[in-house]
Design a protein around this ligand. Sequence first.
Ligand code: NAD
Length: 461
Amino acid sequence: MRKIAVVGAGYVGLVTGACFAQKDNFIIIVERDQNKIENLLQGKIPFYEPGLDLLVSKAIDHKKIIFVDNLKQALNQKPEIIFSCVGTPSLSNGAADLSAVWGVVKEIGQNLTDYCLIVNKSTVPVGTAAKVKEIIKQELIKRNLDINFDVASNPEFLKEGDALDDFLQPDRVVVGVETEKAEQILFDLYKPFLNSSEQFLSMNWPSAELTKYASNSMLATRISFMNQLALLADKLGADINQVKLGMSKDRRIGSCFLNAGIGYGGSCFPKDVQALVYTGCEYDQEMSLIKEVENINNKQRLLFADQILNYFGDNILNKNIAIWGLAFKPETDDIRCAPSIDIINKLLEKKVKITAYDPVAWQNIKNIFGDKIGYANTSKEILSKSDFLIILTEWKEFLEYKPQDFACLKDKIVFDGRNCFNPLDMQDAGIKYFSIGRNSLNNFNQKICLENFCDQKENSF
Ligand SMILES: NC(=O)c1ccc[n+]([C@@H]2O[C@H](COP(=O)([O-])OP(=O)(O)OC[C@H]3O[C@@H](n4cnc5c(N)ncnc54)[C@H](O)[C@@H]3O)[C@@H](O)[C@H]2O)c1
């Protein structure tokens, strides 16, 4: 049984610890937040991730995971590997804030007593592994010690909402290493997770570090590409979903991350796209494509809010608005950089009345908006009390609704930022349905064209 320390009981640290524990390793999770540890020992996970609570509780019961609140205690257990999984949020200039990473590394250097492989799992800019090695070396020199250690980069590709499957059955494991020893330790550790050794991709530090930013930026690019194309589709009478189908049957393109909508959010894409742009600036290589990906994404959510406001004009003040979905995507309660925040803020500028529903993220939104908006217990209850509905997250329970279920909305209008329903079915049910890149499919766009013509009101539906 390998002894592994995992620093940070956040999304990545907890999933990493629980999944390694499941493969018969002994895990010491280091978390500086004592409250988090106490909750975890009572089976309470600090965020919503399907299946993680069970996996963590099982590992605690089987004594495969223990929690400590500092690295010194973890190093006393002489782990063979330390995974650093601390947060790397954006600074105001777009660069990654590495203060938590440096804090961990310094503590390791101050307390290391035996060989250890120090693995960085956080998303960090190119050059971080080299600095990590240097900082630990300097700390050891201060202590007059010459202890052998290795540093590796092992970016994490899990998706919130699917984190366990992604970790337990990864498409690939990327490691950046400097020595054969480090590569072998990581290969042996990940072997039980892989179907074939070809999924284990070993490379140098900068390549591994850049792979993570490149992957997230590519996925974000696909989303922004489809969102910009959706705006054009509306003007051309095309259906973006049909266009997607036509594109995705080409195996070179595939179908993933090609849904038009109100754009990406969450704790990774926005900050990683920004960090790649920043890295480009640092190295005098303008990342113009990625910069535009971010611009398109930032605009997309505001455009959607504008379209709603423009449709109603001053009448919006008399409306009771229902919102379905607050999380940045389904199966998570994460609202970091969620389109819902910007859209609600924009609507609130007009002092509108909003009642929102989300199966798990409502409490996090309540922490931001308090009683400026109302919160419903079920998706159904707000429909009959509202004039119209706005859909911001495509939770599975929403997809189970039938078009006629929306007939109880007073105005019979649905603004769907996630393309959950078929426009023609909605039209047949007498619902005015506005979605992304499919608005020419119903005849309401004609009405809007007329409105535009009659009174100069800006309206892009
Ligand atoms: N969330 C994701 O879906 C995801 C996916 C892939 C990669 N990543 C990357 O992984 C990293 C971690 O992300 P996260 O979402 O798990 O972060 P998080 O903020 O949820 O968790 C980080 C945890 O580390 C703890 N911590 C910070 N410094 C510490 C220290 N010195 N000692 C002990 N504990 C300490 C914090 O208290 C916190 O609990 C980030 O770089 C992120 O970009 C995240």
